[in-house]
Design a protein around this ligand. Structure first.
Ligand code: 26W
Length: 816
């Protein structure tokens, strides 16, 4: 075991401050201290990192490469301290130096190289892979600007660039020795080589140099450190000043520009495909570099490329890295001179695909002209994959044109990436049981019929190390005191808490901790929003990306409804409630931005209205991200998981809340179904249409929300407030777009496509049950505690074990 040495750690901090900043401890800023502490910690991490890779080499292990456009890592310092089990030593040293660890942690900007669920899942998976001792690389892009920072100005979202590297990132190391060239554009020429074989040469292309930066992923207390490798682009040619050749000069400038823009910025779209050429460049850029490197690494130790699948697996995180399959084919065909059949067999045994959404607007479909211009050789390969696949379809379904229409990879001028991913992979998985069933029976029905053996489910999970041990230290300590610390590496152990669910003292302790966490959040809200909230009120929280299908609108319409009720009847029975929202909207998603403005406008009116005696507060948390997420999960009484059934593939926020003892109000969607199965219907508040009902309505052209509007006065009153200036008298028309979307269809969309009015009354009834349930404090405490106790299934450790068993087949490395 390589451990953090107290004496060295302390000396290093002092040393680094001098070396980097010419400062003594008492002169250094917190930011400088953060860097010195991070570097000192990195010393130990590096030792473990090198030892891990030595073991991997010696054992010649199989490795999974998790290819993902996004890794939403969140802050590293606190997490690394925890996983190194160094908290005690670090705190002792910092105490001696008069430094507060929490203040230093606040200095780290979240590396936010992801949008939401898919990116955070990738980060949780890396934590679990290291903790379980499986050889793995995360492969991604070193965006210069990550997810934008959100400012709320006058109730509107304003996007501010997130230049996360401004102060330098202490945990990364540049590895120029592993750089790879990535080629774009030009044309393909076929030549016949000396052996009489056809060879394909890309000519007149532009290229960039992909340079990797490695970030250590520390396993929990096991000496194992894996790698997140993010690629940066550099120009390949420096200007040749002697050359006056116009073509060369032009090309050099273009290549410089290409390198500069490729890694500039993360696309802030979640579940919405925009078809931007630069995004395809980003995809091919990091995929080509990662695959080239994986193949060279393999060939450094082995002499037969045909056995690649024994040592390497590429997991495609959604369709975004799907060009990986064609890139691997290119390398096998053009560089290793394999036959098509040989290359295809290897590719098909090496690639596996995870689907994360059924939203049709998220499907990636590239125009063929763009795709073939940018990636001419890759396009040829995709054409041949498609030609052979269409032959297979015809053989299996003679004369059935509709199968080709639905399944072909190239169709009507487009490259359909999901179809390519399925055809090229040996495994296709969804991310929750319901989601996988919908894939098999609806969205991907035809593919399931053709390749049933490829389809499997892997219900998502989260890492309890970040979302309980780090994010909620009070509860973590309490759990450990009650049942021991096994839950940290084996979450199902947490079920032992069930034994305390009838014990009044334990329940009191549990709720006391919740109360402390609510105070912690209230302090944050006071500082950031200048709003006083009642820590005895029910904290009802919805934090996630803003999307119509997630239905933040249903939540705020219900708040508006409650407010109307209270205004009419100020003395009605009403338990105080704090509704907390946090969400970023994609910059170009107008309706989502309107919903943010609506939430803030409603809040501005209600929070100031003394006539309702502070019974309702509405808070919008600016710039929701991993770090403030940890505070929110810990403080929640109620977890809002209210997507239109069938639309949320899994959800993982739902699991983070559950782990922290919040009770779910939700639809039977995504992983909510499995959450309810674990915790019991009596410990959740379930409402709304089922996924089957939603799918049926959709097949039959939707439903008519006008009936509801005209027959339900409570709903009508709320909707009318969207257009009569009730919340924004100076701009009464501000929310007309929202009003219209709920009541009228337009050229693209049906009226109320997410069934908000349809589900309104059942939601309202479920919220009533919440309010009633909260009155029985002990009953509530029991339910809350059972949520924590029954969330053993939702650890990403379990998810990763399933991936390993069914898909990756990795060998576990035991700690030394
Ligand atoms: C091409 C634009 C684009 C960008 C991101 C399309 C799709 C995405 C992601 C797949 C969206 C996403 O993050 N999906 C979420 O994945 C989580 C992890 O599996 C699930 O828990 C969420 O339900 C799902 O919305």
């Amino acid at each position: 075991m390589i451990e953090l040495n107290k004496k060295e750690f302390k000396e290093n901090i002092i040393e680094y401050l001098k070396l980097f900043y010419r400062k003594n401890i008492d002169e250094a800023t917190n930011q400088q201290l953060f860097h010195a502490i991070a570097y000192s910690l990195k010393n130990t991490i590096i030792e473990q990192w090198m030892a891990t890779h030595k073991t991997y080499e010696e054992k010649d292990v199989k490795t999974v490469y998790y290819l993902s456009m996004e890794f939403l890592m969140g802050r590293a310092l606190g997490n690394n301290i925890i996983n190194l089990k160094a908290e005690k030593v670090v705190r002792e040293v910092l105490d001696e130096l008069g430094i507060d660890l929490e203040d230093i942690e606040e200095e780290e900007t979240d590396p936010a190289l992801g949008n939401g669920g898919l990116g955070r899942l990738a980060a949780c998976f890396l934590d679990s892979l290291s903790t379980l001792g499986y050889p793995a690389y995360g492969c991604g892009i070193r965006y210069k600007y990550g997810m934008f920072k959100q400012k709320i100005i006058d109730g509107y979202q304003v996007e501010v660039p997130d230049y996360w590297l401004e102060e330098g990132y202490p945990f990364e190391i540049k590895r120029p020795e592993y750089a790879k060239e990535v080629k774009f554009g030009g044309y393909v020429r076929m030549i016949r080589d000396e052996q009489g074989r056809d060879r394909f040469i890309q000519e007149n292309y532009q290229s960039v140099k992909a340079v990797p930066y490695d970030i250590p992923i520390v396993g929990y207390g096991n000496n194992i450190v894996n790698t997140l490798r993010i690629w940066d682009a550099e120009a390949i040619n420096t200007f040749n000043l002697e050359s006056f050749d116009k073509g060369d000069y032009q090309k050099a400038v273009e290549q410089e520009n290409l390198a500069r823009i490729i890694c500039e910025v993360l696309y802030p779209n979640d579940n919405h495909y925009a078809g931007k050429e630069l995004r395809l460049k980003q995809q091919y850029f990091f995929v080509s570099a990662s695959i080239q490197r994986a193949v060279s690494k393999y060939m450094e130790k082995h002499n037969n490329i045909k056995n690649l699948p024994e040592k390497v697996c590429f997991q495609l995180n959604d369709t975004h890295p799907t060009v990986a399959a064609a890139e691997l084919m290119r390398i096998l065909l053009d560089e290793y001179c394999l036959s098509w059949e040989e290359a295809w067999e290897i590719t098909n045994k090496t690639c596996a695909y995870t689907n994360h959404t059924i939203m049709s607007e998220a499907l990636e479909k590239w125009p063929i002209d763009l795709f073939s211009r940018l990636l001419p050789r890759i396009y040829q390969i995709v054409e041949e994959i498609n030609r052979r696949f269409v032959m297979d379809i015809k053989k299996r379904y003679p004369g059935n044109e509709s199968k080709i229409e639905k399944m072909a990879i190239l169709y009507q001028g487009q490259v359909r990436m999901a179809n390519l991913a399925i055809v090229a992979s040996f495994s296709v998985n969804g991310v929750a049981r319901l989601h996988t069933e919908i894939l098999k029976n609806q969205e991907l029905k035809d593919f399931y019929e053709m390749y049933p053996e490829r389809f499997n489910n892997k219900t998502n999970g989260i890492t309890q190390r970040r979302f309980l041990l780090h994010g909620n230290p009070l509860l973590a300590d309490w759990v450990t005191k009650k049942i021991g610390d096994q839950w940290i590496v084996n979450l199902p152990h947490i079920d032992k808490l069930t034994a305390f669910s009838e014990d009044p003292i334990s329940l009191r302790e549990f709720m006391d901790i919740k109360y402390h966490n609510k105070k912690r959040l209230a302090k944050y809200i006071k500082e950031h929003n200048q709003i006083d909230i009642d820590t005895n009120s029910i904290f009802d929280i919805q934090v996630k990306r803003l999307h119509e299908y997630k239905r933040q609108l249903l939540n705020i319409l219900h708040v508006m409804y409650l407010y109307n009720q209270l205004k009419k009847n100020p003395n009605m029975e009403f338990y105080p409630r704090t509704f907390i929202f946090g969400a970023k909207a994609s910059a170009g998603y107008e309706r989502a931005k309107s919903i943010i403005k609506l939430i803030n406008s409603v809040g501005a009116v209600i929070n100031e209205d003394t006539s309702i005696g502070n019974k309702i507060k509405v808070v919008f948390i600016e710039n929701y991200r991993v770090s403030n997420g940890e505070l929110l999960f810990a403080a929640a009484d109620v977890s809002e998981q209210i997507s239109t059934a069938s639309k949320e593939a899994s959800g993982t926020g739902n699991m983070k809340f559950m782990l922290n003892g919040a009770i779910t109000i939700g639809t039977m969607d995504g992983a909510n179904v499995e959450i309810v199965e674990e915790v019991g219907l009596e410990n959740a508040f379930i409402f709304g249409l089922s996924s089957d009902e939603v799918i049926n309505y959709e097949k039959n052209g939707g439903y008519n929300p006008q009936d509801i509007y005209h027959n339900d006065l409570g709903i009508k009153e709320v909707l009318d407030q969207l257009i009569n200036g009730f919340y924004t008298p100076e701009k009464p028309n501000l929310f007309k777009n929202i009003y219209d979307s709920l009541l009228y269809s337009n050229g693209y969309e049906k009226a109320d496509p997410y069934f908000i009015l349809k589900d309104f009354r059942t939601y309202e009834a479920a919220q009533k049950r919440v309010a009633e349930a909260y009155l029985d404090k002990e009953r509530w405490a029991k339910s809350a505690l059972l949520n924590t106790a029954k969330c053993g299934k939702f650890s990403s450790d379990r998810t990763i074990e399933e991936y390993v068993q069914d898909i990756w087949h990795l060998e576990k490395i035991e700690p030394k």
